[in-house]
Ligand binder design. Structure first.
Ligand code: GLU
Length: 430
């Protein structure tokens, strides 16, 4: 049975690149009906922090990568590493150097049949007597990794290209211990658009930052999967189950993946657009509350109608508060430029007052009836409907862009619409 693991060090937040490694492991496990395990590489006690561990766990949960067995903590296994080192010393395969332990290097070529890169050959010259146990008694990454991968019965090690140089060292340790060597798949690193390794200067790098920035976990998962892998056809939008079905290590690219924020924004917009409005309302709600757009007593149906109305216009969830604020605020602020352009002309204001009067008899106050009234009023005034539409939009929302005016008016309701037209035309209740 396939058993893979994700082995983060809790010395920082979950980085996009690590999340992608985790995802490839998870997808492979799910595709193969295998197990996905999590190991915390926390032997560096000074740099490992609970805060990071919690954040890593929260990120994995948010991305929907559930694990199958108990977490393994390296910090709890120090005796196991020491015992293994002692065994190697007894077998004459390792030796002490002060308090440290080193392995005697292997003299033969090491070959790896990498599942995504093909055969890789390492000259024995690159190997030295690697440290297994440091003088402070803690194991090196390469040693602990081998002992744990063997104990956890890991069948496939899927990790970033940056670990390729560790692979021959690890194989040498497996062989010295007489353990079966797992299969390896090294996946290309993620680069920024300038070709440098993805880092802070390219933008947000931690998964939770993306959540804060208004991305949906489904879009992030889809996006991460496409960094270094493709389904072999032109599809770009793949649900979690599509990904599980299609994922294979042999389709992992050999060249580096480029982080393209425009693509993520596009994907996120697609997922928002396709999302069920009720569910979308649920995820948008806390964001609106945080921005004080709504409080606890809000009308769920109104919110659902609003997210439905605006979902094709946003790419991230954090764009909703600005769009939706006019529908909730008691104190609408209108953009100065927009007012100047559309509401300062006396003729226009008279026309709005006229339409506002016509609208009084529109009942029910629904978009088709409102539109009808708009066209009739415009015709009777000898003007084009847009000469009513643009100024009204500014009057009721304070801005020149937004959803269709008639839908906006229906959701906003007669009372607020009238009050705002009155306010904008300076006409008072007529
Ligand atoms: N802790 C290592 C890292 O985060 C794990 C590497 C591996 O998967 O072997 O890079």
């Amino acid at each position: 049975m396939v058993r893979v693991r994700f082995a983060p060090s809790p010395t920082g937040f979950l980085h996009i690149g690590s999340a992608r490694s985790a995802l490839f492991n998870w997808l492979f496990a799910r595709h193969e009906n295998g197990k996905f395990l999590l190991r915390i590489e926390d032997t560096d006690r000074a740099r490992s922090k609970d805060e990071y561990l919690n954040e890593i766990m929260e990120s994995l949960k948010w991305l929907g990568m559930e694990t199958d067995e108990e977490l393994v903590f390296q910090s709890k296994r120090l005796d196991i590493y020491k015992d293994a080192a002692d065994r190697l010393i007894n077998d004459g395969k390792a030796y002490r150097e002060g308090d440290a332990v080193r392995i005697k290097k292997c003299e033969e070529k090491i070959r790896v049949q990498d599942l995504s890169r093909g055969e890789i050959e390492f000259d024995p010259e690159i190997l030295k007597d690697e440290v297994l146990i440091k003088s402070d008694g803690t194991p090196t990454y390469n040693f602990a990794c081998v002992i744990d991968d063997a104990d956890m019965k890991i069948t496939h090690v899927i990790r970033g290209d940056d670990h390729i140089s560790n692979t021959p060292k690890q194989i040498m340790i497996y062989e010295a211990l007489g353990l079966e060597v797992p299969k390896f798949a090294h996946i290309p690193l993620i680069m920024g658009p300038d070709g440098g390794r993805l880092s802070k200067r390219h933008g947000a790098t931690s998964i939770m930052e993306y959540k804060q920035l208004g991305y949906l976990s489904e879009a992030i998962v889809n996006f991460l999967a496409l960094m270094g892998w493709a389904p072999g056809d032109n599809r770009e939008i793949l649900s979690r189950s599509d990904l599980i079905k299609e994922f294979s290590l042999k389709d992992v690219n050999k060249t580096s993946a480029i982080f393209n924020i425009d693509k993520l924004n596009w994907l996120n917009g697609q997922y928002i657009k396709e999302m069920d409005p009720g569910k979308l309302a649920t995820v948008v709600m806390p964001i609106l509350q945080e921005k004080n757009v709504i409080n606890e007593n809000f009308d769920r149906e109104k919110l659902t109608n609003l997210v439905e109305l605006y979902k094709t216009r946003v790419r991230t969830l954090v764009e909703f508060p600005t769009h939706l604020n006019p529908f909730y605020t008691k104190n609408l602020k209108r953009e100065e430029e927009a007012v100047k352009k559309y509401l300062e002309n006396d003729e226009t204001r008279k026309n709005l007052v006229k339409w506002r009067r016509e609208l009084s008899s529109v009942d029910p106050f629904v978009k088709d009836r409102i539109e009808d009234s708009c066209r009739k009023t415009a015709a009777s005034l000898g003007i084009k409907p847009k000469e009513l539409i643009h100024p009204t939009r500014v009057a009721i929302s304070g801005t020149t862009t937004g959803a269709g005016l008639f839908e906006m008016m229906e959701i906003m309701g007669k009372e607020t619409v009238f009050q705002r037209i009155d306010e904008a035309t300076g006409s008072g209740a007529l």
